[in-house]
Design a protein around this ligand. Sequence first.
Ligand code: PMV
Length: 320
Amino acid sequence: MTRSSASGKIILFGEHAVVYGRPALAVPVTQVHVDVDVSDSSRPGIWIEAPDVNLYAELNTLPSDHPVASVLHNFLFLSRVSPFPSLEIKITSTIPVASGLGSGAAVTVALTRALAAHLDHSMPDEEVNAFTYEIEKLHHGTPSGIDNTVITYAKPVYFVKDQSVEMFKVGQAFTLVIADTGISAPTKESVGDVRRLWMNDRARWESVFDRIGDISLTARRAIEAGKPELLGELMNENHALLQTLTVSSPELDGLVQAARTAGAPGAKLSGGGRGGNMIALVEPEMAETVSLALQEAGARSTIITQISCNGLRRYCRIWQ
Ligand code: PMV
């Protein structure tokens, strides 16, 4: 049996503007993950078991655009492994679906790596990342590529679409509370709505994207300089800009407000918006209090996570 795992992720700053070429920051969230086990099967076919989504099927009985089927079909095509052996594939996940924690990209990364390892098909990170991006495009229209990148490399990234990915140093660890609205909101829809706004008044929205990009850059500098206390205000401003882009919701705004009232110096929605998750910056000793306040304000679940350096090399450039 071969096992591979991939963590969830959260966008700290820059969602939506990143689709229009502005920088965004994202970090892995190791508390949630996808695990994939691949083993040889005694029955013919490729059998998939994913109990979290109630999926028990042979590959050929699934529609070809099914998220798991599309990974398998594309991997078979790419790897040219022939004849393809009979396999049992088990996928389990603790990442909530369609909530901004990167569940789709994490399934693709873990499944691709497990298949590649089991079938002795060499697949360096760059290829896993590019392959996952292609799969993301099938399901999300025009993704920026930030999800597949942070999940493939499992490190904090400063991401500029089609230009560069830089891992950055975390000068001083800081703590976030992540809260799930429990509302599943397809990113494709909010991205499409932002595109319609932008098409109707490009000058106005380009200046909003510019400001969000500036916030991402300022936030990166604060994180590298070991001054996470500067992030709170930047989060609040980023959230207000996302509200003008119409991608917040009463539930997200309610949780953001509850976190601030409970003592978080900053909070914002994270990811595509409308539902999914929000994040709050907290002092470590306030994490439990803010987490509880978020649950009382209606969060379905909360995660307390610490963003730390992990000995990253400064300005380690992956590709450009
Ligand atoms: O909903 P998520 O976490 O997959 O994030 C989407 C982020 C967007 O910037 C809205 C879209 C994208 O592809 O970057």
